[in-house]
Design a protein around this ligand. Structure first.
Ligand SMILES: Cc1cc2nc3c(=O)[nH]c(=O)nc-3n(C[C@H](O)[C@H](O)[C@H](O)COP(=O)(O)OP(=O)(O)OC[C@H]3O[C@@H](n4cnc5c(N)ncnc54)[C@H](O)[C@@H]3O)c2cc1C
Length: 308
């Protein structure tokens, strides 16, 4: 027989584990299912998550598992959710191991799978998270005095360049077709003193153990560099959420479609929540933890009125 829960949380990053913790402490019967395999790649330090500054995502997961492990009413399963279906009295969740669960409510906290290969630069996947970054607040401090590259995608990157000016020794901006280097110089203010703007196209990167060494342009020029920042890249589609909920809304700031939810992560399905990167594409660790906590609180309150 299927195991039945009040709530199943899919994804054990900071969003899912924070949701789990607040619900576990409110005696909700639930479970988190988290596929640990992709995390094997994330052994590198992360920053700005207070009390966890400098810990890797793997270390943060281990700490979260020990927090959740104190509560008997909430379990943690390392497995991949392959299917979520709507049932007569809730949701049926099928796992890769063959296990099938039933839940009254589902919280999707399964992150967003950014796809660096979408940048079209050979070898760039191998430096993702080690010397290719999206967030200067998270990874700026470590590039102090270094040679930093920005792949310019639009006006929003003007602020990225200004921010990187806090730390970088030198900044080289690669602009795409239709962007005038002089417009970039004019927009970035005093950071222009340490910035070069290039119209060359990058063909590939040279790296060792994830550390960028140089870029190679389509013309064959080799440019030494220590890190690349890019504000956005494509994501892999989220088939699991899409199979039961497809309502999306355009975010005009990023020109990306995001799942439509209320401010607490509740979808139009009522009993289904989407939180963290799965909702925003980049919540940050502390932001995702906050979103998960709020969705957990909503579930607790729902169960007061409609106990399972
Ligand atoms: C390379 C990199 C470096 C970063 N550095 C920082 C940093 O220094 N500081 C910072 O604040 N933020 C950083 N971020 C951003 C931060 O990691 C995310 O914003 C945050 O982890 C989002 O949390 P989340 O819980 O929404 O998703 P995640 O942390 O991505 O967790 C989602 C979990 O769900 C699991 N999952 C996915 N699909 C399934 C499924 N079908 N079944 C079961 N489990 C599933 C995944 O395996 C994963 O464990 C970084 C991001 C990246 C990619």
């Amino acid at each position: 027989m299927d195991s039945c829960y009040d709530v199943v949380v899919i994804g054990g990053g900071p969003a899912g584990m924070s949701a789990a913790l607040v619900m576990a402490r409110a005696l909700v019967k639930g479970c988190v299912i988290n596929d640990e395999t992709p995390l094997e790649k994330f052994q590198d330090p992360t920053y700005n998550f207070i009390t966890n500054d400098g810990l890797s995502k793997c270390e943060i997961l281990e700490k979260s598992k020990s927090d959740i492990g104190r509560y008997d009413n909430f379990s943690y399963i390392d497995d991949l959710v392959e299917e979520v279906g709507i049932d007569i009295d809730g949701y049926r969740i099928r796992l890769k191991s063959g296990l099938s669960l039933r839940a009254g409510k589902v919280i999707f906290a399964l992150g967003d799978k950014l796809d660096p290969s979408s940048l079209g630069i050979e070898g760039i996947e191998s430096i993702w998270g080690r010397s290719l970054f999206t967030c200067p607040y998270c990874h700026g401090y470590e590039i102090q005095g270094k040679d930093v590259v920005v792949l310019f995608q639009g006006q929003a990157d003007v602020n990225l360049i200004k921010l990187l000016g806090i730390w970088a020794g030198a900044i080289r901006v690669f602009v795409g077709p239709g962007v005038e280097p002089r417009d970039v110089f004019a927009a970035i203010g005093r950071v222009a003193e340490k910035t070069d703007v290039s119209e060359a196209r990058i063909a590939s990167v040279n790296s060792e153990s994830g550390q960028l060494k140089s870029l190679i342009t389509e013309e064959g020029e080799v440019i030494p560099a220590d890190a690349i920042f890019v504000s956005d890249m494509e994501s892999h589609p989220n088939h699991l959420i899409d199979s039961i909920y497809t309502s999306k809304k355009l975010n005009p700031m990023t020109n990306r479609e995001l799942y439509e939810t209320d401010q607490f992560g509740r979808t139009g399905l009522g009993d289904v929540f989407i939180v963290g990167d799965a909702k925003t594409r980049f919540s940050t660790l502390i932001g995702a933890a906050h979103e998960g906590f709020i969705a957990g609180v909503m579930v607790i309150n729902d169960l007061l009125d409609n106990p399972a």
